[in-house]
Design a protein around this ligand. Structure first.
Ligand SMILES: NC(=O)c1ccc[n+]([C@@H]2O[C@H](COP(=O)([O-])OP(=O)(O)OC[C@H]3O[C@@H](n4cnc5c(N)ncnc54)[C@H](O)[C@@H]3O)[C@@H](O)[C@H]2O)c1
Length: 357
């Protein structure tokens, strides 16, 4: 019997490396390949970790078809490579974003069409339009914004945003590349009989995320509490009441593994995937978690101006995927902060130069 081959593009990144190592741990007989161009700062730190976990590494770029061809046929491809910042392209050319997120995905699809193999795609909650999310009826309640009691509309309620949320309107170039990618996947499923599933992820968090202001705010928040430095409540009046759900990357892995084990069942499906209302935090609440876990507090300034892609509230309603699979997140916000905190302390020498202020 030939060895099952699993390719994780963006495999030296936060999500990709975690999925690659977890697949290898649970399926030691499989050949798991992490493919990455090492663009994200910190992804190079991951290479020794991948090696130690028995994951092969290929230095390649999804923008080049030949780099994927050189890997050869795989049974499963998990597409985690991306320029993942929602602010990308606003102050310059969108070239890198479009070529990686969209053209890179098309190269993955082409590779699978020619060689066989199934796809799990990490899309984003940012496919939902900014103006419609900003128009949700929100009111302050304690340290956070909440949807007004009893209010609901197409694709939203107090349970969160579901897959029926209307798609008309601008969503950022990042969101547009992901939504365009989803449309291409749909065509490959219909036209070529490819098996693929799409997960529209909210905010993912956990150890090995090289957090920045514009991507990976949970790690950035904990890192400032451990290594020192300032933070800012940015946008929406600078009050820190904006809310996101957080999904621990290990919870995501558990879902991806379920899907990969039975892709026929999920074929062509689009799921909202996140921590949901139970694992949601406002920035103020996140600050409190960080203070509690680290025993420190840091100066936090207020920057009232809202950037073009900022949204005040996003919480995933994961009912669709939960009803089909029974999957639900099991790691609460406090556990996410604790895991990140432990990781920052254990790997201080390697991480402080990257994540320090
Ligand atoms: N982290 C989140 O909160 C979040 C939320 C929703 C969706 N996602 C999606 O999940 C996926 C993984 O995100 P992440 O948080 O691990 O980001 P990440 O930046 O940590 O990882 C992405 C990896 O892709 C690599 N990469 C970039 N351009 C490449 C290219 N042209 N060729 C090959 N590799 C390339 C980077 O070097 C990096 O290692 C992305 O598709 C992202 O859009 C992430």
């Amino acid at each position: 019997m030939s060895t099952r081959r699993i390719l994780i593009t963006g495999g030296a990144g936060f999500v990709g490396s975690t999925l690659a190592l977890s697949f290898k741990r649970d399926e030691p007989g499989a050949e798991v390949i992490a493919f990455d161009n090492l663009r994200r700062r910190g992804s190079e730190v991951t290479l020794s970790r991948l090696r130690a976990g028995g994951v092969s590494f290929v230095h390649g770029d999804v923008r080049n078809r030949e780099d994927l061809e050189a890997v050869g046929a795989v049974e499963l491809l998990v597409e985690c490579s991306a320029e993942p910042s929602v602010h990308a392209g606003y102050d310059g050319s969108p070239d890198y974003l479009v070529h990686t997120n969209l053209l890179g995905l098309i190269h993955c699809l082409e590779h699978l069409r020619r060689t066989g193999g199934e796809l799990v795609f990490l899309s984003t909650s940012r496919v939902y339009p900014i103006a419609s999310l900003r128009a949700l009826p929100l009111v302050p309640e304690g340290d956070r914004l909440v949807i007004t009691e009893g209010a609901s509309g197409p694709g939203w309620s107090r349970a969160g945003i579901d897959e029926h949320f209307p798609l008309e309107g601008g969503r950022s170039l990042y969101g547009a590349t992901k939504l365009s990618g989803e449309l291409m996947i749909r065509e490959y499923v219909e036209m070529y009989g490819m098996k693929a599933v799409i997960n529209r992820c909210g905010v993912l968090a956990g150890p090995w995320q090289m957090g920045k202001v514009d991507q990976g705010f949970a790690v950035l928040w904990v890192a400032r509490h451990v290594y020192g430095g300032e933070l800012a409540y940015m946008g929406f009046g600078g009050e820190g009441r904006q809310v996101r759900d957080l999904l621990h990357v290990d919870d995501l892995y558990e879902l991806v593994r379920l899907q990969a084990a039975d892709l026929g069942r999920h074929n062509g499906a689009v799921y909202n995937v996140g921590g949901g209302p139970e694992v949601s935090v406002s920035l103020r609440e996140l600050t409190r978690w960080c203070e509690q876990v680290s025993g420190r507090s840091v100066p936090i300034t207020r920057r009232p101006e809202t950037r073009p892609a900022d949204i005040p509230y996003y919480v995933s309603d994961c009912s669709r995927v939960r009803e089909l699979t029974g999957w639900k997140p099991t790691r609460p916000a406090g556990r996410i902060v604790e895991d990140i905190h432990r990781w920052l302390i254990e790997h201080r020498a390697a991480l402080e130069p990257i994540l320090g202020a």
